[in-house]
Design a protein around this ligand. Structure first.
Ligand SMILES: Cc1cc2nc3c(=O)[nH]c(=O)nc-3n(C[C@H](O)[C@H](O)[C@H](O)COP(=O)(O)OP(=O)(O)OC[C@H]3O[C@@H](n4cnc5c(N)ncnc54)[C@H](O)[C@@H]3O)c2cc1C
Length: 364
């Protein structure tokens, strides 16, 4: 049994802790913020579960599988429908009542025709414009991409509760400043020793901690890592400007609008819950770009706002990711959506948490 410190209580850190504790290790999770979940959670405000931008999960992927496995009451997942997903300038990805067009679109998507707008739209919905990922494309096409009835806060809560039940301490408001020879130093002045560390504190957080340990390796590995940023607006509206559509994709702007309430009516059947994202932003005023996009596609939305949450620039995903055991000889493993995995986004976070936990014995 090893003493393992997990730095960060986002999806990667929670997954690492769950798998490390089931591997028989003694685990402590340290999180710098007041709450767990990182970017992959939501907060309940005015009856809406507001996220950090649109978040859809693959119901067969590692993240949701883990949530389901650890829950006594199974979470409910509802799929985003392609007949209710419009591509601006082209129409629905799966048009009802136009069998010929539907068959053509299906073929273009199956053959991954890069120049085809319907394939481009599926690819955008799958990864928000980051790397192409076959697994995630399949999840869109096979209707596995879902929203849950409880928002991501409910799913994250299930992971936290599972760790609590087995006695794993998650210390919040606890920021790791440095690691040196299996000694963990906190910004509040405390320090303690451990056998292994799993860094699940995001790419920037990990880079800061790793730099003093092995600056050359850090420079080499992190220089190639590419981060895609996005800007998001999430609003609860008293109206239904998307008129029952699940999603609108604007390929020219690298943008999408989804209505959680249309996908999952348990999230609010009176109005709508719109989540809009633009990615690959160069503009220094991305929010303005997003607002004018909303004005164009759901005119009048501002008059019906009940509640809202905005992110002007947030890391959505990564390319050229880093191997989880790159710093293994320092007894440090990596977990997060920025770590190499067959999966993407939150599924990559959950998968790499598992990889890191399973790798503990090999670095001791
Ligand atoms: C706009 C947007 C849309 C997205 N859409 C989707 C989607 O549709 N589907 C999907 O599956 N995924 C989506 N994602 C991706 C998903 O949110 C992330 O992949 C996932 O949440 C990353 O989890 P993580 O644990 O790797 O990192 P994070 O969530 O960033 O967690 C890192 C944690 O470490 C903590 N931390 C940092 N430094 C320290 C330190 N020094 N000491 C202690 N703690 C520290 C942070 O506070 C944070 O809680 C989206 C992300 C964004 C931003």
């Amino acid at each position: 049994m090893a003493r393992v410190v997990v730095v960060g209580a986002g999806i990667a850190g929670l997954s690492a802790a769950i798998h490390a504790v089931s591997g028989g290790h003694h685990v402590v999770v340290l999180e710098k913020k007041a709450k767990i979940g990182g970017r992959g959670t939501s907060q309940n405000v005015d009856g809406y579960s507001l996220h950090y931008g649109p978040h859809l999960f693959d119901k067969a992927g590692p993240f949701f599988r883990m949530c389901k496995k650890l829950s006594r009451v199974k979470p409910v997942a509802k799929s985003i429908r392609l007949d209710k997903t419009d591509v601006i300038g082209y129409g629905p990805i799966r048009p009802v009542g136009n069998i010929k067009q539907a068959a053509q679109n299906k073929r273009a998507i199956k053959q991954k025709r890069l120049a085809n707008p319907y394939f481009q739209a599926v690819n955008f919905l799958a990864n928000w414009g980051i790397d192409y990922n076959d697994y995630r494309i399949k999840s869109v096409v096979k209707s596995r991409l879902c929203a849950s009835n409880e928002g991501w806060i409910g799913l994250i809560g299930r992971l936290g509760a599972a760790l609590d039940e087995v006695g794993v301490l998650i210390e919040t408001r606890c920021e790791v400043k440095a690691i040196d020879n299996q000694q963990v130093y906190l910004t509040d002045g405390r320090n303690f020793s451990c056998d292994a560390v799993i860094l699940a504190c995001g790419a920037n957080g990990a880079k800061r901690i790793l730099h003093p340990i092995s600056s050359q390796l850090v420079e080499r590995k992190f220089t190639n890592l590419i981060t895609t940023f996005g800007s998001c607006i999430e609003v609860g509206l008293s109206s239904k400007p998307m008129a029952g559509k699940h999603c609108i994709i604007d390929l020219e702007q690298n943008a999408a609008l989804i209505d959680y309430a249309a996908i999952q009516p348990m999230l609010g059947n009176m109005g709508s819950h719109i989540s809009a994202i633009v990615t690959g932003i160069e503009d220094d005023r991305p929010e303005t770009q997003l607002e004018s996009l909303l004005d164009r596609h759901i005119a009048g939305w501002k008059k019906h706002i009940i509640t809202e949450l905005r992110q002007s620039r947030i890391a959505v995903g990564y390319s050229n990711r880093i191997e989880f055991d790159t710093f293994g000889n320092h007894k440090i493993l990596l977990a997060g959506a920025w770590v190499e995995s067959d999966y993407a986004l939150s599924d990559a976070a959950a998968d790499t948490g598992k990889q890191a936990a399973h790798g503990i014995n090999s670095i001791l």
